[in-house]
Design a protein around this ligand. Sequence first.
Ligand SMILES: Cc1cc2nc3c(=O)[nH]c(=O)nc-3n(C[C@H](O)[C@H](O)[C@H](O)COP(=O)(O)OP(=O)(O)OC[C@H]3O[C@@H](n4cnc5c(N)ncnc54)[C@H](O)[C@@H]3O)c2cc1C
Ligand SMILES: NC(=O)c1ccc[n+]([C@@H]2O[C@H](COP(=O)([O-])OP(=O)(O)OC[C@H]3O[C@@H](n4cnc5c(N)ncnc54)[C@H](OP(=O)(O)O)[C@@H]3O)[C@@H](O)[C@H]2O)c1
Length: 524
Amino acid sequence: MYAGGGEWAGSSGGVACVSVQCRAQCGLVFAMAARCGGMWRLPRCPLLVRTVPAARRTGSERRLSSKPQTPQICIVGSGPAGFYTAQHLLKHHTQAVVDIYEKLPVPFGLVRFGVAPDHPEVKNVINTFTQTARSERCNFIGNVTVGADVTVEELQRAYHAVVLSYGAEDKRELGIPGEQLQGVYSARDFVGWYNGLPDNRHLFPDLSSETAVILGQGNVALDIARMLLSPLELLRKTDVTEPSLEALSQSRVKKVWLIGRRGPLQVAFTIKELREMLNLPGTRPVNDPSDFQGLGDVLKDLPRPRKRLTELLLKSVEPPGEKEAARRAQCQREWGLRFLRSPVAVIPGDDGKRAAGVRLSVTRLEGSGDKAVAVPTGETEDIPCGLILSSIGYRSVPICPDVPFLPKQGIIPNTMGRVHGAPGLYCSGWVKRGPTGVITTTMTDSFDTAQALLEDVKSGALNSSDPRAGASAIRELLLLRGVQSVSFSDWEKIDAVETAQGEKVGKPREKILDTEEMLQVASR
Ligand SMILES: Cc1cc2nc3c(=O)[nH]c(=O)nc-3n(C[C@H](O)[C@H](O)[C@H](O)COP(=O)(O)OP(=O)(O)OC[C@H]3O[C@@H](n4cnc5c(N)ncnc54)[C@H](O)[C@@H]3O)c2cc1C
Ligand SMILES: NC(=O)c1ccc[n+]([C@@H]2O[C@H](COP(=O)([O-])OP(=O)(O)OC[C@H]3O[C@@H](n4cnc5c(N)ncnc54)[C@H](OP(=O)(O)O)[C@@H]3O)[C@@H](O)[C@H]2O)c1
């Protein structure tokens, strides 16, 4: 039934937009009526208003559209990139309204689900993000997966600009035989598991092997090594999830190898994290001094951060002083770096299902410095182990078929955050530049994107003269699609429950692991 003026009506079995204009634009058939079994009269179609061609607009609409409008901007993803982009936009444009859409019912991306539980100080950025979210001109709209619940095209119709800040959620694969065997986990999943990412709560990694091998020598690899080797009493004071603590308390892992396909001058971790590893209570480093031979001679030519890092690596293989020697002798657990080894296969055990080891190709370096390339020598080496963690980086995925994406680089093609060939579309964070860089790097590039967007508003390159319905239009779509969105105050209810649960056991929080439970708390 046509309800007039772009309204919606339907009977049981579904509600369809009966306006020809609107059908052409959005093509939606909604299932809401089936839920309630009755006649539905839904509000004015949010898209219709905006899809009337300019030539058919009345005089008053034309007058309205030529007036400068409040820029309606939305951001996809509520990690550091999303929040820093929002912060800059709100600070430097006194009118702009910024809505942040997030797939999970909870905000903050990798700050919540990536940053190691024993690095609580890093999570203080949440305070700044919270201030941003509480701004009157900012809305957090959680539990909305862009690309599934709403498309980027629909967002573009509802907003003057859309900023894609949805990070790099997937794992990079090794592409070697045996990678799918039991006992092999990606860092992404393992980190998600101990940090309470709902998708990974059933991972239950098998920690019954005494030796664990971590493939990759980045900061994530060190995070994982610390989680495997840290004394439990340290972890109990963090927000590591209770089931992970329980599993770690049963862990038999005693030795962790961190494998790099290149040499000590190419490790990807940073000095603070290496120092932390060297000082980890109850563990000793077992690095081979011969791996570091000749490094002293090149120190003077290295850029400063690499020089300091290499000095610390060299120090770690010097004979320890008496006190340190005594400490190391007491340690039950150990870890070591292996260099010039590239994984070629996971070796199956007798049952053919479980990993029993990893085969490494011995490599040599061609070239020098950061650009050096690992080339196989033809030799291989096997390390027996039942736990293999592949920590070779994260990977962004395309969000919608019509959004440009470079699969090889895993980024959205852009210049200063302006997406190529897509006016009004911007990107920031890991999806803009790839999955490397700490939170401050992400902050800088998000500010750059926000600045580019503001310049486009100012110059008129971004047309913000048409009125856009913003969140109200998208909320109506979500309602019609049966998606329960989560506001920032809803998140604060989840936060309060988690903090209270944590307090009972002396932790900063006990994370809720189940999305449904989060939604229940949010709707209280
Ligand atoms: C394991 C790990 C530990 C780290 N530890 C540190 C550290 O200690 N210190 C430090 O400075 N840096 C650390 N980093 C780096 C830091 O986390 C990144 O620089 C930063 O998180 C990147 O921000 P981002 O917003 O681009 O991505 P993310 O933080 O991943 O945020 C992306 C957000 O988008 C959401 N999203 C994804 N798809 C959709 C969709 N379709 N619709 C809606 N929303 C979507 C995600 O749920 C997520 O909330 C760490 C990284 C990792 C992987
Ligand atoms: N405490 C912190 O500040 C912290 C904590 C965690 C993460 N982070 C940041 O988050 C970002 C991501 O960290 P990350 O550790 O995931 O990535 P990363 O820093 O890029 O390290 C990836 C590691 O995997 C190796 N690798 C890649 N492909 C490989 C392959 N096919 N085979 C074997 N090895 C391979 C890399 O070696 P090559 O160099 O040879 O490619 C490198 O050692 C980094 O910028 C990191 O600093 C920061």
